[in-house]
Design a protein around this ligand. Structure first.
Ligand code: PEP
Length: 262
């Protein structure tokens, strides 16, 4: 099996003022103190805080990400933000295809793929979100939806170094509901098989995160599921205590391996 470094990413969504950077500083210091083991840690604050967050975390183990980018590199798109702007502000990652964007802004797979391509073009790593709604799950269409979203949203030029997939069942986001670890493992294995068609021989190195109501109380069992390479965390990423309660799963894993090498 190709080793994949765990990644825990926090999505602050439309939350956070300058005062919230104190929480980010606490996260930075906790990670520096070894609380997340060797996991890669990414925080995606709102766009207004990216430059300050990047400055605060410069030289640390925290990478900063955006929450969205336009598919075009520049132009007459009032209120939008390009991948190059995120990069210029200090971002390394960007989330695309989050279900809140797909639903609230009617973003299609094709649009998401364009955004991911723009991210790659600007030198960002794209975290591409996919996942079924409650109705799609009820109707037994989960795997068909995931297949469509992988095929439609992931750029053909993507590889393990430029793309991360986040499997986020829409019904689990912000609800406190989660799939069973076995369901998550099945979904991730299915996603990886379909990634293989896009990047033959490389899919085994792509990180697939689980997202949807990950909390300190359920992180250990969800992150231990097969093929789960980390988490995309919404609400619980807003405080250092909860975020480290999740990323701390990897400290324990390192401690039990007795191995802290990257
Ligand atoms: C998310 O929105 O990406 C998410 C996973 O949210 P939450 O953790 O709050 O369910």
């Amino acid at each position: 099996m190709i080793p994949r470094r765990p990644l825990v990413a926090g999505n602050w969504k439309m939350n956070g003022l300058k005062a919230s950077l104190a929480e980010l500083a606490a996260i930075r210091d906790a990670v520096a103190a070894g609380h997340a083991g060797d996991a890669e840690i990414v925080v995606c604050p709102p766009a207004t805080l990216i430059a300050a967050a990047a400055e605060l975390c410069a030289g640390s183990r925290i990478a900063i990400g955006g929450q969205w980018c336009h598919a075009q590199s520049s132009g007459a798109h009032t209120g939008d933000i390009s991948a190059a702007m995120l990069k210029d502000a200090g971002a390394i990652f960007v989330i695309v295809g989050h279900s809140e964007r797909r639903i609230e802004h009617a973003e299609t797979d094709g649009l998401v793929r364009g955004q991911a391509e723009a991210a790659l073009g600007a030198g960002l790593t794209a975290i591409v979100c996919i996942g079924e709604t409650a109705a799609e799950r009820r109707e037994g269409r989960t795997l068909a939806v995931l297949e469509r979203q992988v095929g439609g949203s992931v750029p053909t030029a993507a590889g393990p170094g430029s793309i991360v997939i986040a499997y986020e069942p829409v019904w689990a986001i912000g609800t406190g509901l989660t799939p069973t670890p076995a369901d998550v493992a099945d979904a991730h294995a299915f996603i990886r098989r379909h990634l293989d068609a896009l990047m033959p021989g490389e899919a085994g190195a792509v990180r697939i995160l689980y997202g949807g109501s990950v909390k300190p109380a359920n992180a250990a069992e969800l992150l231990a599921a097969a093929d789960v390479d980390g988490a995309l965390v919404g609400g619980a990423s807003l405080t250092c205590k909860d975020f480290m309660g999740i990323a701390g799963v990897y400290r324990s894993a390192d401690a039990s391996r007795g191995d802290r090498s990257p």
